[in-house]
Ligand binder design. Structure first.
Ligand SMILES: Nc1nc2c(ncn2[C@@H]2O[C@H](COP(=O)(O)OP(=O)(O)OP(=O)(O)O)[C@@H](O)[C@H]2O)c(=O)[nH]1
Length: 797
């Protein structure tokens, strides 16, 4: 008890400090989790530090409903078998009556030398073995490319049987299948934002891969508890113990197996459940029949005993109750172990590890039991929202998943469906009913909900109402991804999600005459996907699209052709450089023009300074006005803000977007006749440009995490190749006859890497890369980029 309370308090005091920035702070969620699990009694001296109390107390009926509700995501490195696993889950839960094989993907290095698509990518059209493709990959493009692009939401019911009593219990599970490809990382962010728990899928051979660490980071950012599922136990070289060690060392989360395999590789036939000490096998053609035996086979007895001890030891490290028993040399009961796993998983202190083979239909059902047993229900996740009627410094409000509370829902994904815009929404509190009027907290607009559905991949089921803690989709509601909806009786707004910076851009124009479909499509895609950005280069008059990778942009160009009938020509992909400032610079700038007729007069005074990105949203530019006393009438402030954002569009060094900058307006002056919005906008642009010169501007470039896997005999060539590209090797590991090298390399230095790797490894090496952050370029590159930009400006003159 003591540990639980101390933990809750220390976490909460931190969460109060951060509450304005981190609405989904893991700490807050942990605090809530341990509060739920350990129920610490509040004490008078801690009153100030207690979490905000939920607005509505849950009734017994709410608890009954929520207890058996799970919202989970399935996340992993590309190709770990997420889609195959989700397909099995849907089949075993009765959502689908047949299993369509996930597409068989053959990955080859792209053969394009002029491009940045050095990552492994599908090189031919792929289909499921039965030519239908997995249910969850519903977009045609997904089936063709054999990868998951958009996350598909679905729900299913799962019946578990209590071990002690044999009683059956039905759970309602919403599942979001998320793409593994780094270019679609925003889909993973979105899914995690609205989920209460996740299954982290790992390959039993490849283990923790680059994208695994990315999804791990995302799960931490949103405080999502996870169980781990080591898939592909049937593969030659499968070694779950090595993977568990990697989870501990690379992801730095205490983890232990809750199962041991019975047989391995092509002999893999079931698992020993270490918690309840029994064996579980699958029988029947598709493994639908789960056969439970109280006997543990002799062949794995010693291993099972050792691994159960290891599980208890790991739990003793993170759970007070087991820790105490351990110290007193007492053995915990099965129930005590199960409760401790649940408690520490929800508190983000532990990840129980399940084993299986989705493709061989083995041990998927026990993992589903684990979802119900160890992942939190919606009442166990703390969710905070801002009350926009209060100052932004006011503490956030804790939402409560009570059915009769005022409605608060978050639109987390938009999709252009067959019947118009489909908006996926998670209802956090209150009940959403078909025909209800709902309010968009951002725009203040009121809309009616004409149709409410539950999604099952690309099929849907009409429903009349949906309760808190659930996920649904609504039709005909215009909004942007990340908007909060209420019933109008509250001013709650949930903060937005983390949006990474684009790393690649290219120019695009329609072939032939431009039709309205071109801009319609670009608008649509920007609304759907905040990592897809469009801007017009005012000098070249070109439309530039930017995104998270070449494949990301390619998909939109392809969607433009398929969905909007617009064939496009694109320019060469370019690295998305940025500019930033490294020190504060003050400004006092007067814009004055007197050319007969009405003059222009505006003066702005203030400073610009470097700004770190917000950890929750990634936003790293901000405008602040602290003008007092009416030296600038308030109606001109928006024009000044507009001028600042306009000035950010093109840096003076290389013509790239400026980031990492706060603009603080302190003072100014106006003229009763000659001041106008235009004059203040121009004064701001002038002021910014002057200040920028004194703020020691630098050019930034995207740095990528690159992971290369190749046969061990090519290790020195691969390391040498990365070194010549100025890569910093951060990790390398040799496993059997294969090695993995992880490096940080500037994206600009990655051109042509696919060819180099192929050449130096006889075509046997593979690599993936993902965005890490932007960093200042080396001085000589900065000089070259500045020089090149000066030349283009001179030509234009
Ligand atoms: N040997 C083996 N192969 C599997 C298993 N599960 C999936 N696969 C294969 O692994 C490949 C990738 O499976 P998917 O389910 O598409 O993987 P994914 O993680 O959803 O892939 P993305 O959506 O592109 O990230 C396919 O060829 C599957 O047949 C398994 O348990 N054992």
């Amino acid at each position: 008890m003591f540990l639980g309370r101390a933990f809750t308090q220390s976490c909460y005091s931190k969460s109060v400090r951060l509450s304005n920035r981190l609405s989904f702070s893991s700490c807050a969620r942990r605090a809530a989790a341990s509060a739920t699990a350990l129920k610490p009694a509040p004490t008078p001296e801690t009153e100030e530090e207690l979490p905000p109390s939920p607005q509505h107390v849950l009734t017994e009926k709410d608890h009954q409903r929520l207890r058996f509700q799970r919202n989970i995501g399935v996340s992993a490195h590309i190709d770990s078998g997420k889609t195959t696993l989700t397909e099995r889950i849907l089949y075993y839960t009765g959502r689908i009556s047949q299993i369509h094989e996930a597409p068989v993907v053959t990955l080859r290095l792209a053969r394009r030398t002029d491009s940045l698509s050095q990552r492994w990518r599908p090189h031919r059209r792929v289909r499921g073995r039965d030519a239908v493709g997995a249910k969850m990959d519903s977009m045609d493009l997904e089936r063709e490319k054999g990868i998951t692009i958009q996350s598909a939401a679905t729900f299913c019911d799962w019946e578990t049987r209590e071990v002690a009593t044999g009683n059956k219990q039905k759970y309602a599970i919403n599942i979001i299948d998320t793409p593994g490809h780094v270019d679609f990382t925003i889909e993973v962010e979105r899914a995690l934002r609205v989920l209460d728990g996740a299954i982290l899928v790992l390959c039993a051979v490849a283990g923790v891969q680059s994208q695994t660490t990315t999804v791990d980071r995302q799960m931490r950012r949103y405080g999502v508890p996870r169980i781990s599922f080591i898939n592909k136990m049937d593969r030659p070289g499968a070694n779950p113990w090595r993977i568990i060690n990697q989870i501990r060392s690379k992801l730095r989360i205490p983890a232990a197996a809750v199962q041991v395999p019975i047989g391995i590789e092509d002999e893999f036939k079931g698992v020993v459940d270490l918690v309840h000490w029994r064996s579980i096998y699958n029988e029947g053609q598709k493994g639908n029949e789960v056969v439970i035996s109280q006997e543990v086979p002799e062949s794995v007895m010693e291993l099972a005993k050792a691994k159960r001890n290891e599980l208890i030891e790991q739990l003793a490290e993170v759970d007070e109750e087991i820790g105490e028993l351990f110290l007193n040399d007492e053995l915990p009961s099965n129930d005590q172990i199960a409760t401790a796993i649940r408690r520490s998983t929800i508190a983000l202190k532990f990840s129980p590890v399940f084993l299986g083979s989705a493709i061989k239909n083995t041990a998927v059902q026990p993992m589903l039991d684990g979802v119900c047993a160890y992942l939190p229900n919606p009442a166990e996740s703390e969710v905070l929202a801002h009350d926009t009627s209060l100052p932004s410094s006011a503490p956030q409000i804790q939402l409560s998943p009570a059915a009769d509370a005022p409605l608060v829902g978050l639109a987390f994904k938009l999709e252009e469906g067959r019947f118009g815009q489909l908006t996926y929404m998670r209802v956090y509190q209150g009940t959403l009913k078909k025909g209800n009027q709902i309010f968009n907290a951002r725009t203040g607009k009121k809309v009616k909900v004409p149709r409410l559905v539950r999604m099952h991949s690309n099929e849907m089921e009409d429903i009349e109402s949906i309760g808190p803690g659930e996920i649904c989709a609504i039709f005909g509601v215009e909004c942007s991804s990340g908007d909060t909806f209420t019933d109008g009786s509250t001013s709650f707004s949930m903060t937005n999600m983390y949006v990474p910076e684009p790393v690649i851009s290219l120019s695009i124009k329609p072939k032939g005459i431009e039709t309205p479909n071109f801009s319609r499509a670009l608008n649509r895609f920007q609304k759907e996907d905040p990592t897809f950005k469009v801007h017009i280069d005012h000098e070249s008059k070109e439309t530039i699209i930017s995104g998270m990778g070449e494949l990301h942009l390619e998909i939109y160009v392809e969607r433009m052709r398929r969905e909007y009938n617009t064939d496009c020509v694109t320019g060469k992909p370019r690295v998305a450089f940025r500019e930033t400032i490294t020190q504060r610079a003050d400004f006092a700038y007067t814009h004055k023009k007197q050319t007969g007729g009405a003059g222009q007069y505006a003066k702005v005074v203030g400073y610009i300074e470097p700004m770190e990105p917000d950890p929750e949203t990634g936003k790293d530019v901000a405008f602040e006005s602290v003008v007092m006393g009416g030296n600038i009438p308030t109606n001109f402030i928006p024009a000044i803000e507009k001028g600042f954002y306009e000035a950010l569009e093109k840096g003076a060094l290389s013509g790239n977007v400026i980031s990492g900058c706060r603009f603080v307006l302190k003072d100014g002056a106006f003229h009763a006749v000659d001041s106008s919005e235009l004059a203040f906008r121009l004064a701001t642009i002038g002021a910014f440009r002057e200040a920028f010169k004194m703020a020691k501007g630098v050019i930034l470039e995207p740095i990528m995490n690159v992971e290369v896997v190749a046969p061990v005999e090519f290790q020195s060539q691969v390391i040498g190749g990365l070194n010549t590209r100025r890569g910093t090797i951060v990790d390398s590991e040799v496993r059997d006859d294969e090695f993995t090298a992880a490096a940080e390399v500037a994206l600009n230095d990655m051109f042509g890497y696919s060819n180099q790797l192929r050449g130096s490894t006889q075509g046997k090496g593979e690599f993936s890369m993902e965005y890490k952050h932007h960093m200042p370029v080396l001085p000589n590159l900065q000089k070259d980029l500045e020089e090149a930009y000066r030349k283009t400006l001179a030509v234009k003159k």
